[in-house]
Design a protein around this ligand. Structure first.
Ligand SMILES: *[C@@H]1O[C@H](CO)[C@@H](O)[C@H](O)[C@H]1NC(C)=O
Length: 117
């Protein structure tokens, strides 16, 4: 969820972007609650297609501070399942009825200003 806090941080940190360190990646999990196989998604504002063996087998995510992740049921981040997942993440996708549905993921730095979003 895009909060006012996130917006304020984004504005405040705008001038510092050139030297800002990259945020750590989010970690996906194949089993609840955040167990099983893992897969890391960089917070670099790109659509990441999951490896074939993990597609439709993701059931949890841990999201670092100031990182936001969106989950999609198609291969190109077009069909949203759940948008705006923030720190600390969600370890039970079944509670959101998105268990075993994720195919592609998009994570980004909540503080960064991106040209093409
Ligand atoms: C996801 O699918 C696997 C394999 O079909 C199944 O064992 C598991 O219970 C499913 N997970 C959830 C949270 O529904």
């Amino acid at each position: 969820m895009l909060s006012y806090k996130v917006l304020a941080l984004a504005l405040l940190s705008y001038s510092a972007q050139a030297v800002a360190a990259a945020k750590p990646p989010a970690t996906l999990y194949t089993e609840e609650p955040c167990q099983g196989e893992t897969f890391e998604v960089a917070a670099d504002n790109k659509c990441v297609l999951l490896p074939e063996n993990l597609q439709k087998h993701i059931n949890g995510v841990k999201v670092p501070e100031d990182v936001v992740c969106d989950f999609y049921s198609d291969e190109k981040c077009d069909e949203p399942l759940l948008i705006g997942v923030e720190d600390p993440g969600i370890c039970k996708f079944s509670e959101w009825e998105i268990e075993n549905k994720t195919v592609s993921v998009h994570c980004y730095d909540a503080d960064a200003i991106y040209d093409d979003k």
